[in-house]
Design a protein around this ligand. Structure first.
Ligand code: MRU
Length: 368
């Protein structure tokens, strides 16, 4: 997608230097656009853990490139054990987004089947990382193609009036390699001339909505309004939301949606007000083993300092300020799970399905 009119992905191999992976360091957005070089699996692990990159798809793609850097630096005589240990290191960085383990395991599976010199294995690791990234972008583009029909339907029912869509956190292109999941149908609608307006939940504590979704939508000229996290229910009661579209970090094959903390409350409010609640995801975000999301999705708990403080721009500098009494402890549950019964449908690269085992396996019969 575009930044000041120039097309970027969120991760790429540095031009003329196959030893460096470049990312947009999202900690500085929206105030500064910073590109960071990653040269080792340690760099990649730090970038994921400290959220220079974040969002399910991008965490997966970054892990894929992390395994490539591990391959590049692995000793030829203990190549696979070194890769297995890099995989463990990467998997330990963040627990909720299933794309992380999926990308690591995909690299390990492919690499364990390659014979020959180390250079041949490194080449395959790079091809696999690139394939993971390209597939992520392509699947998000297709999510847009399928999801736009839902927005067009509402637009027609409203006689071409503005369709108001609420989204939570950032499931935009910054959370993937390109396009985004929740935002892909929005960008597709905007490009087709369908009038949309997006309610952007700020998404405390790290404000991915206020900082990242608002910035992306602004870069693409999509009309939007940032709201604090508790406004959604009020807007829904007053007919100001036509649909909700969220992303997800891990969705069970039974349709339970793990996503950024606060998603469950939006789904409850949408259900109470008869508003369609959709979740958009590429197949890499399905957990094909997990049945009961509420019980089983691992919920990351992050440092309470993220709750006690807030980051913003002051006098041209990015600063962190304290919000709470100095000695108040804080809890920081980063994700919650919305049960399938509250989800109207799942928008995937293969089409839209019911959030249920039957619906999901109907689209992915090879997983039966
Ligand atoms: O903690 P983050 O920023 O990595 O959280 C992930 C998210 O941005 C959201 O939960 C998003 O809706 C799903 S990721 C596509």
């Amino acid at each position: 997608m575009n930044v000041d009119g120039k097309h970027y992905r969120t991760i790429w191999v540095k031009e003329n230097d196959l030893g460096i992976i470049q990312i947009i360091d999202q900690r500085h957005l929206p105030h500064q656009f910073v590109i960071e070089d990653l040269a080792s699996v340690d760099d990649v692990a730090r970038a994921i853990k400290d959220m220079h990159v974040r969002g399910a798809g991008l965490i997966g793609a970054t892990a894929g490139f992390g395994m490539y850097l591990a391959a590049l630096n692995a000793p030829a005589d203990s190549f696979l054990p070194a890769l297995a240990s890099a995989g463990e290191q990467l998997k330990a960085t963040r627990p909720t987004a299933v794309n992380l383990a999926w990308a690591v395991d995909r690299q390990l599976g492919v690499l364990s089947a390659v014979d020959g010199e180390k250079q041949a294995k490194v080449t395959v690791a790079l091809e696999t990382a690139q394939a993971i990234a390209d597939e992520d972008a392509e699947f998000c583009r297709r999510i847009g193609e399928h999801g736009v029909a839902l927005i067009e339907e509402i637009s027609q029912a409203k006689g071409g009036d503005v369709v108001n869509i609420l989204t939570h956190c950032n499931a935009g292109w910054l959370a993937f390699v390109d396009y985004g999941s929740a935002t892909a149908p929005i960008y597709a609608a905007h490009e087709k001339g369908v009038k949309v307006h997006i309610w952007v939940d700020e998404t405390r504590p790290r404000n991915q909505g206020a900082r990242l979704t608002a910035w992306e939508l602004g870069q693409h000229g999509v009309p939007h309004t940032v709201i604090v996290d508790n406004v959604g229910g009020h807007l829904m009661q007053h007919g100001l939301v036509d649909m909700v579209i969220t992303g997800t970090d891990r969705t069970t094959y039974t349709g339970d949606v793990g996503n950024k903390i606060g998603t469950y409350l939006k789904a409850l409010a949408a259900h109470d007000n008869g508003i369609p609640f959709y979740t958009a995801l590429p197949s890499s975000t399905f957990d094909w083993e997990m049945r009961d999301g509420v019980k089983e999705v691992p919920i990351e708990q992050r440092d309470g300092e993220e709750v006690r403080t807030i980051q913003g721009l002051h006098d041209g500098e990015i600063k962190q300020v304290l919000l709470t009494p100095n000695d108040s402890p804080a809890a920081n549950f980063a994700f919650d799970v919305t049960p399938a019964r509250l989800v109207t449908g799942l928008i995937t690269e293969r089409g839209i399905c019911e959030a249920s085992e039957e619906g999901v396996l109907g689209l992915y019969p090879e997983k039966r």
